[in-house]
Design a protein around this ligand. Structure first.
Ligand code: BGP
Length: 486
């Protein structure tokens, strides 16, 4: 017997995108970002040497793209706004840049798509990075001015504004693992930039609450990635493995989650930073700003849990490596294209974590998805449609866990898939495809995948039957032929 998993009334169904990943440069004199600079210096680091200049060309195609998105029945969508497009040189506001976002948002409103407008998504303007990025007070103040413009222009046109997406990622990728610009391994600077990120969020939120809260319809929040930590196989870990998992939970999740949502610092984070002698520079006023944080909603991005074991590189300059090592669990399911474990139960765990530890703040799943390489191999030769049954199974398995969490009291108001459309995955460029909508890079044409049809029907019914094929019944992830990949 199967059961119908019905979601709450008015549940937000949609997808997420990011400015740098879909727009392309366009003709608004957009300034350079750290991604343009990284690609200029080391194009060989990017899959098939594809850089950020065109991506999925949303800049030119936004009208028809939004119509296509709407054809899937979505009622909400996250778009990013590019700092370098709005303020190409850091001082002068680009009217053309703002016009582009007005046009996009007006069109979405016309189609009845509620917008979550995200202000910062890994795309630091190059001028700001040259001033010191999040390590610099000057940049933080410039960010707040940029937010002021965003609130004023769009605060009455969108439903929700998020200050930033996945704030920990540019920190560990840019300052610890050399995978984002400025390609450093420097724990001290990482902590300073991390503190600056939190302060930038605090000042942006406080500005919203003081100046805009009563005059605009939008709410304010933030989007944070949450990767629940598990010590090894989670069955019989040693004390040291448990400690490694706790440290990862502190540095990877709570370092941003606790201050950005609750306006205070996680005790374990402070302890680790003191032990490692990495206390950043800050003032009393900074702490005061952070303590005033009050947000309306949280967007939680979830892809996978992280499994940890005791650290193997005790002398590493990278504080993450010094405190924990990643553990590969041979009995777990992995998305071999991305290397991430697939464990939908962790989505339940994080939902309950938000309920129990973050004041039961209203939240939505702001990203969740499955990137797959060379989806061409799954194309139906007659209809030409990509038969991404694995994505449908991935969605069902995760939504079932989310449904269970909501039944158990999680204050979740929506689910956004990463992503609505294939897009440029930073260094992975177009290697792994995430979209409901396929983008053909040769001619920029679009085509719905089978998962888009499934999602559309599911939204119509606001739920689905719980008898469905599991991911491993739709794709043999252990025997993928990587020679077929492009
Ligand atoms: C999140 C980011 C997105 C997106 C996604 C998939 O961390 O917010 O921008 O890219 O992950 O990851 P990737 O593109 O690295 O495969």
């Amino acid at each position: 017997m199967s059961n119908f998993l019905k979601f709450p009334k008015n549940f937000w169904w949609g997808g997420a995108t990011a400015a740098e990943q879909i727009e392309g440069k366009g003709n608004t004199n957009k300034g350079l970002t750290v991604w343009d600079e990284y690609f200029r210096v080391k194009p060989e680091d990017f899959h098939n040497r594809i850089g950020p200049s065109i991506t999925s060309n949303f800049f030119e195609k936004y009208n028809s793209d939004l119509e296509l998105y709407k054809s899937i029945n979505i009622n909400s969508l996250r778009i990013g706004i590019s700092w370098a497009r709005v303020l190409p040189n850091g001082n002068d506001v680009s009217k053309k840049g703002l016009d582009f976002y007005h046009n996009v948002i007006d069109k979405a409103n016309l189609l009845g798509i509620k917008i979550v407008l995200n202000i910062f998504h890994f795309d630091m303007p190059l001028w700001a990075q040259k001033l010191g990025g999040w390590e610099s007070k000057k940049v933080i103040d410039k960010f707040v001015k940029y937010c002021d413009i965003v609130y004023k222009e769009f605060g009455n046109k969108v439903s929700k504004i998020a200050t930033m997406n996945e704030p920990i990622v540019p920190i560990f990728a840019g300052y610890l693992t050399k995978t984002h610009w400025p390609l450093l391994v420097d724990s001290k600077r990482a902590v300073q930039a991390g503190f600056g990120t939190i302060l930038a969020h605090a000042k942006a939120v406080n500005l919203f609450n003081e100046k805009y809260r009563n005059n605009v319809k939008s709410q304010i929040g933030v989007v944070i990635n949450v990767n629940p930590s598990i010590a090894k196989d989670g069955i019989n870990p040693s004390k040291d493995d448990i400690k490694a998992a706790k440290d990862c939970d502190a540095l990877h999740n709570n370092a941003m989650l606790i201050p950005m949502v609750l306006g205070k610092f996680d005790k374990n984070v402070i302890k680790i930073i003191e032990e490692e002698n990495l206390i950043p520079k800050f003032s009393k006023e900074d702490l005061n700003e952070i303590s005033k944080i009050k947000i309306d909603f949280l967007g939680a991005n979830f892809y996978s849990p992280i499994r940890l074991q005791s650290p193997k590189k005790l002398n590493s300059k990278n504080i993450f490596e010094k405190r924990f090592s990643i553990y590969k669990y041979d009995k777990a399911r992995y998305n071999v294209f991305r290397g991430w474990e697939i464990r939908p139960e962790s989505l339940y765990d994080l939902s309950m974590y938000i309920k129990n530890n973050l004041n039961n703040i209203p939240f939505y799943i702001a990203e969740n998805g499955m990137g797959v390489e060379n989806e061409n191999r799954f194309r139906n030769q007659k209809s030409k449609e990509i038969q991404d049954n694995y994505r449908i199974a991935f969605l069902q398995e995760h939504l079932e866990q989310l449904h269970k969490a909501i039944k158990d009291g999680a204050n979740c108001f929506g689910y956004h898939m990463w992503s609505i459309i294939d897009n440029w995955s930073w260094r992975n460029a177009y290697k792994n495809r995430y979209g409901f909508i396929e983008v053909n890079l040769l001619d920029q044409s679009r085509k719905l995948k089978k998962s888009a049809r499934w999602f559309k029907k599911m939204i119509e019914k606001n739920g689905f039957e719980d008898s469905y094929k599991k991911i491993e019944e739709t794709i043999d992830l252990k025997n993928i032929d990587f020679t077929e990949s492009v």
